[in-house]
Design a protein around this ligand. Structure first.
Ligand SMILES: O=C(O)CCC(=O)C(=O)O
Ligand SMILES: [Fe+2]
Length: 318
C-alpha cells in the first residue's frame, strides 16, 4: 500500500468540474465513483482544483505567518462559537501547536472582521486572499458532498443535511521541536465533523493510519488538497465509509503551517443515520446524538474515548 513510509492516496482531478457550464457528464460520473471508492478504502483523497494560483497560495501562507507572529494578546482576541476553534496555543499537551479559527468563513464580512481584529488598521490584501482561498475550499466541500449523496442515491436528503452544519476555517502552526522535545504535532484522532479540507505549506507532517494499522506519511504537493471524512458523516451514512485516524509529526527543521476548512454539526440537532442507510444487512451503528452534548462528554474525558470519539460516545455495541 505504501512505499518509503508514504501512503498512496487516490488523486482526483476536479479542475474541469467546478464552475464549468460545459461540464462533461461522463467525467462527472467517473469522478463520483472515484470519490466513493476513495472514501470507502482510505476515508480521504487528494484533490486538484482550478483557480488557486501559486501566487495566491504564497500570499495566503505569508499572511498566516504574519498572523502567528502577532503578540499573544492580539491573537487571543480570536474567539469562535465553536469550541476549540478560537485561538489556541501554549498547550502543555501539544506544545508545538497553535491555531486560530474563523467562523462561517465563506461570508466575506466574517473574514474581514477577523483581519480587522488582528490588524485594527486594516489589511484588505490578507482579507481578500483568505476570502478567495476559502471560496475554493468551500466549493470543493460542496461538490464532494453532492457527489457522495448522489452516488448513494441520497440526493433528496442533501439539502436538509446541509442545513445541519456550519463551517470553520482553521489556521494552524506547528513550530520546530526543541532537541529535547517530542516531535508530535497533533495526537492521533479522527475528525468529529462531516468533511475536512486540508492544505499545508511546504512542510510535510500529516500521517494517516491505514486499515492495516500502518502509520504512513502523506506526500506533500502544493497543488493538492486533502479531503477527509469525519465521524459525523459516517453516522449519517451508517458506517458506509472509512474514517481515517491521523496525526501530525514534525520531521523537518521548518515551521509548518496548515489551513483547514472544517464542516461541523450545529448544536441542537439530532445527528442520526439516514433511514435508507439502515437495513438488515446494515444494522444501526450509532445512536442519534447532539454535537454539543458530545463535546461536553469529550471535554470531561468521557468514558471509553479513544481515537474515535464520536463512536465512543454514541456507537451501538453489539
Ligand atoms: O495539520 C494537519 O495537517 C492536520 C490537522 C488536523 O488533523 C486537525 O486539525 O484535525
Ligand atoms: Fe484532524
Amino acid at each position: 500500500m505504501g512505499s518509503d513510509g508514504y501512503i498512496q492516496l487516490p488523486v482526483i482531478d476536479f479542475s474541469m468540474l467546478i464552475n464549468n457550464p460545459n461540464q462533461d457528464p461522463c467525467a462527472y460520473e467517473t469522478i463520483k465513483t472515484k470519490v466513493l471508492e476513495a472514501f470507502q478504502k482510505y476515508g480521504c483523497f487528494q484533490a486538484s482544483i482550478s483557480g488557486v494560483t501559486p501566487e495566491l497560495q504564497n500570499s495566503v501562507y505569508d499572511a498566516i505567518k504574519l498572523l502567528f507572529d502577532l503578540p499573544v494578546e492580539t491573537k487571543s482576541k480570536n474567539t469562535s462559537t465553536n469550541l476549540f476553534y478560537g485561538y489556541l496555543g501554549n498547550s502543555p499537551q501539544l506544545p508545538l501547536y497553535e491555531s486560530m479559527g474563523i467562523d462561517d468563513p465563506y461570508i466575506p464580512e466574517q473574514v474581514q472582521n477577523f483581519t480587522d481584529l488582528m490588524w485594527p488598521q486594516g489589511n484588505p490584501q490578507v482579507s481578500n486572499d483568505i476570502q478567495m482561498y476559502v471560496k475554493k475550499l468551500w466549493e470543493l466541500n460542496l461538490i464532494t458532498k453532492k457527489m457522495l449523496f448522489e452516488i448513494l442515491n441520497l440526493e433528496k436528503y442533501l439539502k436538509e443535511h446541509m442545513e445541519l452544519t456550519n463551517y470553520v476555517l482553521k489556521l494552524m502552526k506547528y513550530r520546530v521541536p526543541e532537541p529535547n522535545e517530542s516531535n508530535l504535532g497533533m495526537h492521533i484522532h479522527a475528525d468529529a465533523g462531516v468533511l475536512t479540507i486540508l492544505h499545508q505549506n511546504d512542510v510535510e507532517g500529516l500521517e494517516i493510519l491505514t486499515k492495516d494499522d500502518e502509520c504512513l506519511k502523506v506526500k506533500l504537493s502544493p497543488k493538492l488538497f486533502i479531503v477527509m471524512a469525519g465521524e459525523t458523516l459516517n453516522v449519517w451514512l451508517n458506517g458506509r465509509l472509512h474514517v481515517p485516524l491521523h496525526r501530525v509529526m514534525m520531521n523537518k527543521n521548518k515551521t509548518r503551517f496548515t489551513l483547514a476548512l472544517f464542516e461541523l454539526p450545529k448544536a441542537g440537532n439530532d445527528l442520526k443515520a439516514i433511514e435508507k442507510m439502515v437495513d438488515d444487512e446494515h444494522p444501526l451503528l450509532f445512536k442519534p446524538f447532539d454535537y454539543e452534548e458530545f463535546l461536553k462528554f469529550y471535554i470531561n474525558g468521557g468514558q471509553g474515548i479513544e481515537n474515535y470519539a464520536v463512536k465512543a460516545y454514541c456507537g451501538v455495541s453489539n
